[in-house]
Design a binder for this molecule. Structure first.
Ligand code: GH3
Ligand code: MG
Ligand code: MG
Ligand code: MG
Ligand code: MG
Length: 315
């Protein structure tokens, strides 16, 4: 039974619980050659429910990083035998940039230029021992939030707002080099370019909002139809690309044709209307040398599909 006051407290607790649960997913690595220092920092982080990993040397830290490339924060001591904290920062930065993983350097008092040295070598922040707990937690949170907001921005920049699929920019900038590599003929690779048929008339008949609903439904159908090992992007208004990497030529073609059929069977209810659409598909299989070559080939086949009456897969 919740009164008005207790409701506020309840909301606050809920909010807190969400925060605590989220922290469980945030990986933090503590690097210190001293067991007591390591365990103390681990204990502090555990109190805030972070997912904590430890390393007693720079070498061990690098191994942990390989096992957990999704670490959000590394807190490292300065003085350590073999590889010190500064060298470790350098090593980490040769693999992981400042905007995907934060580093906080820790050292005892006495060396004023150490802060700058840590930052110059790739640390995001610095703590001097002995530090007060409030400062510790503030810096940990701030540096994690920095990485998380960049993750969010990156995700938004790569995602098509309407459908939630990858967008054209991600597909052309990030995925294209990978596609070219896979298209070397040694593996089965398929690139399908698809375009909804007579989509302009959907907009003209039922309105632009109804058209948007069709695009969303198409994206959902893609996500349901292709289970694993596929990449889907909306590369234009009503144009989509699917990259398949594990199926042979015939299997991939069949899968695409099944999708075409599902699209034909799909009905979308918008504002009292039942709207149906078909889709035309052009498929390139392996052995094109460049990304442009792959895309031009798929586009030509899509054009052929349109010319031969639409609602068809051409390979
Ligand atoms: P075809 O079978 O030859 O592909 O004909 P089509 O009408 O689908 O092709 P056309 O290129 O003439 O028209 C595509 C239409 O898609 C025109 C454009 O207004 C619409 N469109 C592009 N982006 C969006 C969008 O985000 N939402 C909506 N609702 N419509 C869009
Ligand atoms: Mg030490
Ligand atoms: Mg089009
Ligand atoms: Mg067109
Ligand atoms: Mg079209």
């Amino acid at each position: 039974y919740i009164t008005k006051e207790s409701k506020q407290a309840y909301t606050y607790l809920q909010h807190l619980l969400v925060k605590l649960r989220v922290n469980h997913l945030i990986k933090v690595l503590v690097v210190d050659d001293s067991v007591s220092a390591r365990e103390y920092i681990k204990h502090l982080l555990k109190r805030h429910n972070y997912d904590v990993y430890v390393a007693s040397s720079g070498e061990e830290a690098m191994k942990q990083l390989e096992l957990h490339p999704d670490l959000k924060l590394i807190i490292t001591d300065k003085e350590m035998p073999n590889m010190d904290g500064i060298e470790l920062c350098n090593k980490i930065r040769s693999k992981y940039s400042k905007d995907e993983m934060s580093i906080i350097g820790i050292s005892g008092q006495g060396n004023q230029s150490l802060t700058a040295k840590f930052i110059k070598n790739g640390a995001n922040d610095f703590l001097t021992k002995p530090f007060c707990l409030e400062e510790f937690y503030c810096k940990v949170l701030q540096n994690i939030e920095f990485i998380e907001s960049l993750d969010t921005i990156r995700k938004q920049a790569n995602t098509d707002y309407l459908t939630g699929l990858y967008n054209r920019r991600y597909f052309f900038e990030q995925v294209s080099p990978e596609i070219v590599k896979r298209f070397d003929g040694s593996t089965n690779s398929t690139l399908a370019m698809m375009d909804i048929d007579h989509f302009k008339s959907v907009n003209d008949t039922y309105g632009h909002d109804a058209g948007d609903e069709i695009l969303k439904a198409t994206a959902l159908l893609i996500q349901q139809h292709f289970s694993a090992d596929y990449l889907a992007a909306r590369i234009g208004g009503e144009e989509f690309c699917i990259f398949l990497d594990t199926l042979g030529r015939d299997e991939a073609t069949l899968l695409m044709d099944n999708f075409r059929q599902e699209m034909e069977n799909m009905s979308v209810e918008v504002g009292g209307n039942t709207i149906k659409c078909t889709i035309s598909i052009g498929i390139t299989h392996c052995c094109e040398k460049s990304f442009d070559g792959i895309m031009i080939k798929a586009d030509e086949l899509l054009y052929e599909a349109k010319e031969s009456g639409r609602n068809i897969v051409i390979t």
